[in-house]
Design a protein around this ligand. Structure first.
Ligand code: SDX
Length: 457
């Protein structure tokens, strides 16, 4: 048995570094050498693309905890260190020194823009922010109390009904037009969803405002009076967009990639990403985290909720805590915490009781063995709700803002997948444990009563 086999034998997880380019597997006496593909950062991967053809076995990884679904050059997370890089640049530097449209350019094209490139990109986005006037008719079909995420899934998908000149995914030019249209129009649609929920008239975008200021203007201005964008709040909004822009192969990005692998148009793929993001375990956690903080209400009730979060028989979890990849503090959460203080001070709520509850909850949880053993730390959603509420948004809009910001990440991954010459439709297999083959039973030979597992509504 080679040295690497020995190390694999004693520690099955270990793949010997000596065989840097091969992993050796022994399956019930059948030997298999698998290529190890090198990463520039993070874990190398064992290539199992031909594993079934060569071994007759599937690999099994339902939550993709150990599975790389693709090769990507866009974003890298070091979960142990708690670092996040967009095209190699640390998130804290981009949030500090850059802005969202620059981050969009970086995620899409791989480099920070020159001044000329930036100007051209800004214009390309600014002059596409309006949507076809008929789109406003879609909104009228919804009840006023429709959840804005339900509206966003519908209207973003409906963009493909208007823009037939940017649906051919094999035409790079059309991919580029669809890219710019979505980054430009999703904020307009998000603001329309918000205005519709208020029963207020839609506000058109303005070309003299920057991206975040334009969004706040479309959300909070009314025809009855002038609205002046607060530059501190606009900067905070822009930074929040940067923090949410991309995050490797998270559930919604993987949804967009899988939808795109079938050749579906980019608007439909992003609508699928929005639908996935809505879940409370994913992008819906910011809304759920604020609702949780409001339910806790005072620091005195924190122990009761910590106990519930630790109780295996209670489905309650601390929303905004824990992460599949981060086993350290989510770097975005730290920046979001600072932004929360900034916004609350600017709007005159620096003593917001929920911020105190959040801070106390964090301090208690981070000293509790249950959370320490499982490496559960605050994630981006823990402080974002407090910040977004202070900016004036209702909780129902929190995940919409996440979707707005993540649109560029979804599109960057969609473009990377479409441009990959080895692209194939994603089609996972399964571990089947259902009934083995059996023959049809005519009604006359079946029981007469209701079977034990008959499910009433
Ligand atoms: C986002 O993937 C991304 O990158 C997502 C995201 C992005 O930018 O796209 O970062 C955005 O979705 C952030 C996560 C937002 N979700 C929440 O805050 C919801 C609360 N968190 C959990 O639901 C959970 O932590 C997940 C979904 C985030 C991660 O789930 P995992 O990796 O599948 O972890 P797990 O469910 O296997 O939990 C491991 C253990 C379990 O306990 P044991 O079975 O070992 O006893 O930790 C426990 C869990 O019960 N646990 C929690 C907990 N999160 C995990 N216990 C209490 N409260 C929590 N929040």
């Amino acid at each position: 048995m080679s040295k690497s086999d020995k190390s694999a034998k004693t520690n099955p997880e270990a793949v010997s570094k000596e065989a840097a380019d091969k992993a050796h597997l022994d399956i019930r006496g059948k030997k298999l050498d698998l290529d190890i593909l090198k990463a520039t950062m993070g874990p190398d991967v064992i290539d199992v693309q031909n594993f079934y053809k060569r071994s007759g076995y599937f690999t099994f990884d339902p939550g993709y905890t150990s599975t790389a679904s693709c090769e990507s050059k866009i974003t890298f997370i070091d979960g142990d260190e708690g670092t996040l890089l967009y095209r190699g640049y640390p998130i804290d530097q981009l949030a500090e020194y850059g802005d969202y449209l620059e981050t969009c350019y970086l995620l899409l094209y791989g480099e920070l823009p020159t001044q000329a490139e930036r100007r051209q990109f800004d214009d390309a986005i600014t002059y596409h922010t309006m949507v076809q006037e008929q789109m406003s008719i879609f909104f009228r079909g919804f009840r006023r109390d429709a959840h804005p995420m339900a509206i966003m899934v519908a209207v973003v998908g409906a963009l493909s009904a208007f823009y037939h000149d940017s649906l051919d995914i094999n035409d790079p030019e059309q991919r580029e037009i669809a890219t710019r249209r979505m980054i430009a129009k999703v904020p307009t649609l998000a603001a329309m969803a918000y205005k519709y929920s208020l029963g207020q008239p839609f506000v058109y975008p303005r070309n003299d405002l920057d991206y975040a200021s334009n969004f706040l203007h479309m959300c909070f201005s009314v025809p009855a009076e002038d609205y002046k964008v607060n530059p501190v709040l606009a900067r905070a909004m822009d930074r929040i967009f940067i923090l949410h822009a991309d995050h490797e192969q998270n559930a919604s990005t993987s949804t967009v990639r899988l939808a795109g692998s079938s050749g579906a148009n980019p608007f439909a793929c992003v609508a699928a990403g929005i639908a996935c993001l809505w879940g409370p375990a994913h992008g819906g956690a910011n809304e759920a985290a604020l609702n949780m903080l409001e339910e806790i209400g005072t620091p005195e009730r924190i122990p009761e909720f910590i106990a519930r979060a630790k109780d295996r028989n209670d489905p309650f979890r601390l929303m905004g805590f824990g992460h599949r990849v981060y086993k350290n503090y989510d770097p975005r959460a730290k920046i979001m915490q600072r932004t929360a203080h900034e916004v609350l001070s600017e709007v005159g709520h620096k003593d917001d009781p929920l911020l105190q509850v959040a801070h106390e909850l964090e301090q208690i949880a981070l000293k509790d063995d249950y959370f320490l053993e499982r490496k559960l730390y605050p994630n981006i959603d823990f402080y974002s709700g407090i910040t977004l509420r202070a900016l004036g948004f209702p909780t129902s809009m929190f995940t919409v803002l996440f979707a707005l910001a993540r649109t560029v990440g979804w599109i960057a991954h969609w473009r990377e997948m479409i441009a990959d010459p080895t692209r194939r439709i994603g089609r996972p297999r399964q571990l089947y444990t259902g009934p083995v083959r059996r023959s049809y039973v005519p009604m006359s030979k079946r029981g007469t009563g209701l079977g034990a597992d008959y499910h009433r509504d």
